[in-house]
Design a protein around this ligand. Structure first.
Ligand code: HEM
Length: 493
């Protein structure tokens, strides 16, 4: 009797379980069907909308990957141009692709690039990958928007304009470059030396610190932060990214200490006329240490790799073009011959370096480290008969325009003479945009030119050099030479 009762109980339990399972499966299938239905209708709606919008033509490539692998493999070579050439030939100079996880409209068209740059903050806003924006910090100028961006951009400009360079910075630029060159052994990695120089110059400009152990340690941390820019921003999966976050924390701690010391000095009435001094003292509102640190971090990043890469590549291209190197040397010998060996360069000397400016223009044209800028559309944007949907990525490629034969004769040849007899620094504001344009125009454009010119002056007048090894140029993840451009140098006096 008891066993019958137990059996009945067990059966009841089984029936209960079956009913529960049936209800569970029922709800699960409803949930599944609803989800599938919602996703499908969302995708259909989006596809319909995109079809109606008339996107620029192109190819979205493989699911998720898009055309990223093709882009990376092209830009890891010395001649990445076929990636863009092929698509421009097939679809025209504005085309749709899918890179780095998102559909992206790629512009190789100068008018469209100008439109994108000029409409910053109205139709487009800057857009950096997560790895870069996390490591820069949310208060960096590169990520700021609206009125605060306008004011901080103007402040940065005011610390790197011609009169500040002429009256305050030039003397340090000249002195610190000499100091570096004086310590060179017979063989150097030019890329490394150039980076060291630009970092020290920026630290001096921002904080008034002369180079020493502190700045060199800070630079080492910086290198780790920058390495993190080109990784997946997931600490769990990437050691490089984890290391970068740790280094960013250390950089922030170091800079924060300096900011606090400066604040104390400011309270005691001490004033310094550098960028940090302006951030602490000149504003109605007070910036927090975190805000100031983020701001300084971004400035150190912005001027570091960019200027040092152009310094190195100018030397590489000059070395490969002996006539240009001879003309550059002549220009600098003429300046030096009027001065004693150790006499500092003056603003008028810099202004007389006209061929040097042609070399810098041409280096920026053929191998700018900033090959273009990413933006995100803030609304549906109509351009050249196409519509780019809201929230889409756009890439304004400066490089594609700079290397287009329709805009520059023999565009893919290094020819600094093409800039002779062209007034100013550009052949046309539309075609030549190595420093960007619009509200985010590089505030360091003049400072970079001066630093590169003074560096070339001392290199050309003090040394002769030959490449120590063959070294190739690559363009991914950044523009650089594979072996950091090792050269054997010989001191001329
Ligand atoms: C050859 C060297 C350099 C090149 C090719 C270069 C190029 C550029 C370009 C193309 C942009 C525009 C980015 C955009 O529109 O999103 C930019 C922005 C910027 N650059 Fe430079 N740059 C150089 C040197 C410097 C230097 C020396 C400084 C230091 C003051 C600097 C500071 C900045 C800052 C702070 C921004 C962000 C501006 C903003 O978002 O408002 N750059 N740079």
């Amino acid at each position: 009797m008891r066993s019958l009762f137990v059996l009945e109980k067990r059966e009841e339990k089984v029936v209960e379980n079956i009913v529960f399972m049936a209800i569970f499966v029922h709800y699960l299938s409803i949930l599944l069907i609803t989800t599938v239905f919602s996703v499908v209708s969302f995708l259909l709606h989006r596809a319909n909308r995109l079809r109606r919008l008339r996107l620029p033509p192109g190819n979205l490539g493989l699911p998720f990957l898009g055309e990223t692998l093709q882009l990376i493999s092209a830009y890891k070579t010395e001649n990445p141009e076929p990636f863009v050439d092929k698509r421009v030939k097939r679809y025209g100079s504005i085309f749709t692709t899918h890179i780095f996880g998102e559909p992206t409209v790629f512009s190789a068209d100068p008018e469209t690039n100008r439109f994108i740059l000029q409409n910053e903050g109205k139709l487009f806003e800057c857009s950096y990958p997560g790895s870069i924006s996390n490591l820069l910090g949310k208060h960096s100028l590169l990520l700021m928007k609206g009125n605060l961006h306008k004011r901080m951009h103007a402040l940065t400009m005011s610390f790197a304009n011609s009169s500040i360079i002429k009256d305050q910075l030039l003397v340090d630029i000249d002195r610190l470059i000499r100091l570096n060159l004086d310590s060179w052994p017979d063989r150097v990695f030019l890329m490394e030396e150039a980076k060291k120089i630009t970092f020290e110059l920026t630290v001096k400009q921002l904080l008034s610190f002369d180079p020493g152990e502190w700045s060199e340690n800070l630079r080492k941390q910086y290198v780790l932060v920058i390495e993190g820019f080109f990784t997946i921003p997931l600490p769990l999966f990437s050691t490089t990214y984890r290391r970068a976050i740790k280094a960013r924390r250390k950089v922030a701690e170091e800079l924060s200490k300096i900011v606090s010391e400066r604040r104390e000095g400011y309270e005691r009435g001490e004033r310094k006329s550098d960028m940090l001094g302006a951030l602490i003292g000149e504003w109605d509102e007070q910036f927090s240490n975190e805000e100031i640190v983020d701001f300084l971090v971004a400035l150190l990043v912005a001027g570091y790799e960019t200027t040092s890469t152009i310094m190195t590549l100018a030397v590489k291209f000059l070395t490969q073009t002996p006539l240009a190197l001879a003309q550059l040397k002549e220009e600098h010998e003429e300046i030096r011959v009027k001065k004693s060996k150790s006499e500092a360069l003056e603003w008028s000397d810099y202004k007389s370096m006209t061929f040097t400016q042609c070399v810098i223009n041409e280096t920026l044209r053929v191998a700018n480290i900033i090959s273009g800028v990413f933006r995100r559309t803030m609304t549906d944007v109509n351009i050249k008969g196409y519509t780019i949907p809201k929230d889409w990525k756009v890439f304004a490629s400066f490089r594609a325009v700079h290397l287009d034969h329709d805009h520059f004769k023999d565009a893919r040849t290094f020819n600094p003479w093409r800039w002779q007899n062209i007034p100013g620094t550009s052949c046309s504001g539309n075609f030549y945009t190595p420093f960007g344009g619009g509200p985010r125009l590089c505030p360091g454009y003049e400072l970079a030119r001066v630093e590169i010119s003074i560096f070339l002056h001392h290199l050309a007048t003090q040394f002769s050099w030959v490449p120590a090894e063959e070294d190739k140029l690559v363009f991914f993840p950044t523009t650089r030479t594979q072996k950091r451009y090792p050269i054997n140098v010989q001191r001329r006096y």
